[in-house]
Design a protein around this ligand. Structure first.
Ligand code: HEC
Length: 468
């Protein structure tokens, strides 16, 4: 709330984070599982003296490095950019809590990248044992990065009884840590096998080699699918009660959960019937279908994982609209803001009002009564500012992601005001209103202005009885 607002039309800034993160995750799981694949299979190819397989693995290594290092790093930095802009307060809390977690993660990331380059560029120039050992160093460093990052993302969904000021380890070893680590480890095994299948089916002509790869990667893929399922179920078990309620309540998420289970089952059956029982099925079309199913499961899964976090960004610690629930940090928390006002409470909003609406000031402070005495157009403009800060994290404006316009179509100002006054009562997905009643009136003015009329041809409203 202390920074300028980042307005992303239609999509909303948090949804942009979600899109970049999902793309990142599709590559980063391959970066972990693919490393394991290269380490294990290079060792096996050396042992059996299979020159053709080694040549293929080298080609796969090139594809692997290009995709994971370039694309993985760009999207990884993209996540930092977007979270810093979209959720400064949550990012600040995460950095304060996990700064050493990230420092350790960067060390392993460095080891990972160095090992990957040595593994590929020194191919054929190292003793076989050393070469395979470098592959294992890569794979282990990559998996440890996965574990470290998972501890941090899991914390956002359920920090347990951690409170600001508590230790790093209490934050890191949160209730979601083990379920998510299991699911992500399984995801790395499963997704990387699907990448290998797709790459092999498109680039290998030799039937023997293709069958060999198909067979070798079938077990890790099946194990991965089983771990994803086990991790997913325990993820549900260790959700905070409120997040479970969100999952049950939101129809779209119910459909998504059904889809995840159906697609995972489909992938499992296809893997079993294809690569496991009948190597030779691996046409490019079959591999592509498996790959797309896998990508769909992952993308939907990540979306659901993010979506159930409402009304928080970090459960119990930071609310979805960049304020704190309790009074730990004074003016940045809901009770303080309800007293002093949201506009007065935020550094940026306070300066904005001072510069643009000096008529609302009483000395150096924003005077709530004077806010309501401003001309109509100014009240609307300030209502829009309040909307951007307080609602735009979850609602686009006229059209787009959960746009507020269609939600309040045809509602009277009084009905809108009732929702604002009891925001978290109207829907437990929403944070409470963190402003004064006067500010509630400003945002109501704005929303009433943008609310589209009732659709034509709707059942007419009964005439309102005039009070005598
Ligand atoms: C943390 C996310 C979040 C924030 C912040 C948020 N909302 Fe919501 N809101 C939701 C969700 C989720 C729904 C349910 C949408 C649906 O059912 O399609 C919802 C529903 C609504 C509805 C429909 C409620 C009803 O009675 O049917 C309105 C109106 C609304 N929000 C307005 C607002 C306004 C105004 C703000 C800011 C003051 C706000 N929301 C802030 C998540 C949020």
């Amino acid at each position: 709330m202390h920074y300028p607002w980042w307005y992303v039309p239609y999509v909303t800034a948090p949804m942009l984070i979600a899109v970049i993160s999902v793309v990142h995750v599709l590559v980063s799981h391959y970066a972990v599982g693919g490393g394991l694949f290269l380490a294990v299979e290079t060792g096996k190819a050396y042992r059996s003296g299979d020159r053709e397989y080694l040549a293929y693995l080298k080609r796969h290594g090139r594809f692997f490095i290009l995709l994971t290092v370039v694309f993985g790093a760009i999207t990884g930095v993209g996540i930092w950019w977007t979270i810093g802009l979209a959720s400064p307060l949550a990012t600040e809390v995460l950095i304060r809590t996990f700064v050493f977690g990230w420092a350790i993660e960067w060390v392993f990331f460095f080891v990972e990248i160095t090992a990957a380059f040595v593994f590929y560029y020194y191919w054929g120039r190292l003793a076989e044992k050393t070469h395979v050992a470098i592959g294992w160093i890569y794979a282990m460093a990559a998996w440890i990065s996965l574990v470290l990052i998972t501890g941090i993302t899991a914390f956002m969904l359920n920090p347990g009884d951690w409170r600001p000021g508590d230790s790093f380890w209490k934050a890191f070893l949160n209730p979601q840590f083990i379920p998510q680590t299991i699911a992500r480890t399984g995801g790395a095994l499963l997704l990387s096998s699907l990448y290998v299948y797709l790459h092999a089916s498109l680039t290998i002509r030799d039937g023997r080699l293709r069958d060999l790869i198909e067979q070798r990667s079938a077990r890790p893929a099946l194990l991965g699918a089983a771990l994803v399922t086990a991790g997913g179920l325990s993820w549900y078990g260790f959700l905070p009660e409120l997040a479970q309620a969100v999952l049950v309540r939101a129809a779209a998420l119910n459909v998504f959960m059904g889809l995840i289970f159906a697609l995972t089952a489909a992938v499992f059956v296809l893997l079993y019937l294809g690569p496991y029982r009948n190597p030779g099925w691996l046409s490019p079309g079959f591999a592509l279908a498996l790959f797309l199913f896998g990508i769909a499961v992952f993308s939907i899964g990540e979306f659901v994982r993010e979506a159930v976090r409402k009304p928080y960004i970090i459960y119990n610690v930071v609310l979805g609209n960049q304020v704190l629930p309790g009074d730990v940090f004074g003016s940045e928390a809901v009770p303080g803001l309800q007293k002093t006002g949201y506009l007065e409470g935020g550094i940026w909003t306070r300066e904005y009002v001072k510069q643009h609406y000096p008529g609302a000031l009483d000395g150096d402070r924003i005077d709530e009564k004077r806010l309501l005495a401003l001309p109509h157009s100014d009240r609307i403009a300030l209502g829009e500012v309040l909307f951007q800060y307080h609602c735009n994290d979850c609602h686009a404006i006229h059209q787009g992601y959960s746009a507020v316009g269609p939600l309040i179509r045809g509602r009277s100002p009084a009905m809108i005001r009732a929702v604002i006054d009891d925001l978290h009562g109207a829907h437990f997905f929403m944070p409470p209103w963190a402003g004064t009643p006067e500010e509630a009136e400003l945002i109501t003015n704005y929303l009433a202005e943008i609310a589209p009329p009732r659709p034509e041809g709707m059942f007419p409203l009964p005439a309102v009885q005039e009070a005598p």
